[in-house]
Write a protein that binds this ligand. Sequence first.
Ligand code: ATP
Length: 357
Amino acid sequence: MAFVEIKNLKKLFKNLVAADIDHLEIQEGEFVSFLGPSGCGKTTTLRCIAGIIEPDAGSVFVKGRDITRMPVYKRELGFVFQDYALFPHMTIFDNVAYGLRHHNVQKDDLHKKVSDALALVGLSGFEERYPHQLSGGQQQRIAFARSVVYEPDVLLLDEPLSNLDFKLRKAMRFELKRMQRQLKVTTIFVTHDQQEALSLSDRVVVMHQGRIEQVGTPVEVYENPASVFVADFIGSSNLIKGTVGEWDEQNGLCLVHIPHAAAVTIPSRKTLTKGEEISFIIKPEKIELHDTRESAYDVEGKVSGASYLGSAFNYEIDIGDLRLEALDSRVGYGKHYEIGDSVFVGLSPEGVRVLRK
Ligand code: ATP
């Protein structure tokens, strides 16, 4: 039995379908992210699980219990919001103890649980301070401590890192993952930041216009996007359209003709037929650049854009009418290309992913 199960969940705001989730199962202890662009329904879905919004249809189960119409306080869920929502007039101790007092936890036990939670987030000794006496990162840790102190069944995190600056945000990602692993708490994390979702999650739920577009491990959604939308949203991808040509059955390869550009070899599938229009992707970091033709898969192109990113060079390469983005991490070796240089672009079939229709 799944730890969390969502079935046919639907929420409309007037005519707008904000969330429409057919089926989603989350296992005990899993860290699952809802990822998608602004307005795709991540928060609405999370709020339906939390009980802050009532869905128009469908059900949410936690540990087999139907919680769809249950009041928020009976759901045994922990929340961390974007703005932390700490009580400004309460000390850190009272903020963290708040949920425990509502659960009628006895005094000795309460003190131990609060001090364990503060130790978990590395803020022992901060009990008597008030929220305004803490930095943003520290407030965020307190919000986390407050949400896990009464051992909720599921932890719901709504863009909890988005108010932090870039460096702190990255550091807090590691912290969050460490704390979640230590507690083994089932976690649903809402974010529009693909790096955050990929680095934190066991599985990522990619959402688009209220619906689930793909569910998979970070590697699956990055390497094998199920649709053009996922390919485009997760990492930058070169999306290429072409017409299926000759098929090399023996080697499992197929030649695809790209209009006004070149012919490219891709891994073949039996379902591809000659003359069929297909789309496939190649990630910028999967493209190799050579000075001379090094393999049969190399295609000649011209550098039309070049920028130095520190850890890599980012290029735009024109092959006829086709413009590709390439990421070359051979920095430090002194080798790089300039705009106007001719270059051979290594488009090996292993780097190509054909998109499902
Ligand atoms: P963001 O990343 O910007 O928070 P999101 O993916 O979390 O976006 P939601 O907040 O779930 O998106 O919103 C989904 C859609 O529902 C949006 O088009 C939004 O404008 C709309 N919406 C959300 N809440 C309401 C509301 N209370 N009344 C009317 N429309 C709403």
